[in-house]
Write a protein that binds this ligand. Structure first.
Ligand code: NAD
Ligand code: LMR
Length: 342
């Protein structure tokens, strides 16, 4: 079984990862913030994909060594490094997918929103260059607070007249990865079979795992629902505290981000059966952005899996209502930032 069979159950038969494979497709992927805690392992995982022909690594420092190191792996893609704003436009020209993990991570005691003051400006300035150089690319935003940084990215793209809401994604895959892991452990299920949709946003109570929609179908006690939901919502903080000042999740995040990249590339390559949760512009609720499962295709989001929101349990329906004010405020904060600093 391939590595990604665990991440993406449908790949069970496909054996996607092997350093023996010839390139099956030739997509170009850029990582902005490639020298960082997420960027480095993410670069490695993307370097393992046979769907990638060029891997463009960008950071404000320390990216040359990372690129030299990765370039020795005998997998098909060519690795190129780009340092500092003067090289960013070249880095982005012609890329199919841009992944943005640039920005500072949390330390114990901080919320993701505490990162806003630094990361909002970083995301805005990177997005201006993305808008000018690869407006048709799939854009994956990892930088926190995701609930605000995705609306920031959208506003920049709108101001530049190139916004395609079907191609802008807040990466919430780590919430799904965690939910799948914790549910499989608790219910003693085979990891490869478990899939839990996670909706809402990516911070505290805005992260809402829909345990009632777990596949395979499984029953939970009220106590299990409460403890699993809280663990999934606090999993980021669990890592921040364990790292004790040395940052937040990097390895599991790189794994999750690489899964989302791989899914996007499969969609771009014409696979019609690609589903992922992501924080995107949405009409599923009264909020302008909302994480849910979406079907990905060549042009980005093909369809929203609205059925996930049908028949919610009382616990889930209450949690959905409870998360809305916080998520709404975070979205509005991001939009206001771009207008204030225009
Ligand atoms: P890190 O500090 O290890 O790395 C960040 C990298 O960004 C550094 O290499 C830094 O040089 C670079 N950077 C800073 N400003 C830049 C700019 N203007 N242009 C390009 N690169 C720039 O941090 P990390 O652990 O990799 O985390 C990065 C971000 O990802 C944080 O905001 C963190 O909160 C977020 N994160 C999100 C999720 C999620 O689920 N979406 C999960 C984990 C972490
Ligand atoms: C996570 O969920 O691990 C990330 O959002 C990083 C963090 O600050 O918790």
């Amino acid at each position: 079984e391939s590595l990604w069979a665990y991440a993406v159950p449908k790949l069970k038969e496909k054996q996607v990862f092997s350093n023996q494979l010839q390139p099956q497709a030739s997509f170009k992927v850029a990582v902005l913030g490639a020298g960082g805690g997420i960027g480095q392992p993410l670069g490695l995982l993307i370097k393992m994909s046979p769907l990638v022909s060029e891997l463009h690594l960008y950071d404000i420092a320390n990216v040359k060594g990372v690129a030299a190191d990765l370039s020795h792996c005998n997998t098909p893609s060519q690795v190129m490094d780009f340092t500092g704003p003067s090289e960013l436009a070249t880095c982005l020209t012609g890329v199919d997918v841009v992944v943005i993990p640039a920005g500072v991570p949390r330390k114990p005691g901080m919320t993701r929103d505490d990162l806003f003051n630094i990361n909002a400006g970083i995301v805005k300035s990177l997005m201006e260059v993305v808008a000018d150089n690869c407006p048709d690319a799939f854009i994956h935003i990892i930088s926190n607070p995701v609930n605000s940084s995705v609306p920031i990215a959208a506003e920049v793209l709108k101001q530049k007249g190139v916004y395609d809401p079907k191609k802008l994604f807040g990466v919430t895959t780590l919430d799904v990865v965690r939910a799948n892991t914790f549910v499989a452990q608790k219910k003693k299920l085979k990891l490869i079979d478990v899939d839990v949709p996670v909706i809402g946003g990516h911070a505290g109570i805005t992260i809402l795992p829909l345990l009632s929609k777990t596949r395979p179908s499984v029953t939970f006690t009220d106590e299990e629902i409460e403890s699993l939901t809280v663990r999934i919502q606090n999993a980021g903080t669990e890592v921040v505290e364990a790292k004790a000042g040395a940052g937040s999740a990097t390895l599991s995040m790189a794994y999750a981000a690489a899964r989302f990249v791989e899914s996007s590339l499969r969609a771009l390559d014409g696979d019609g059966d690609v589903y992922e949760c992501s924080f995107v512009q949405s009409e599923l609720t009264d909020l302008p952005f909302f994480a849910s499962r979406v079907n990905l295709g060549k042009k980005g989001i093909e369809a929203f899996v609205s059925a996930d929101l049908d028949g919610l349990t009382e616990y889930e329906a209450k949690a959905l209502e409870a998360l809305k004010p916080e998520l709404k405020a975070s979205i509005e904060k991001g939009v206001a930032f771009v207008h204030r600093t225009a």
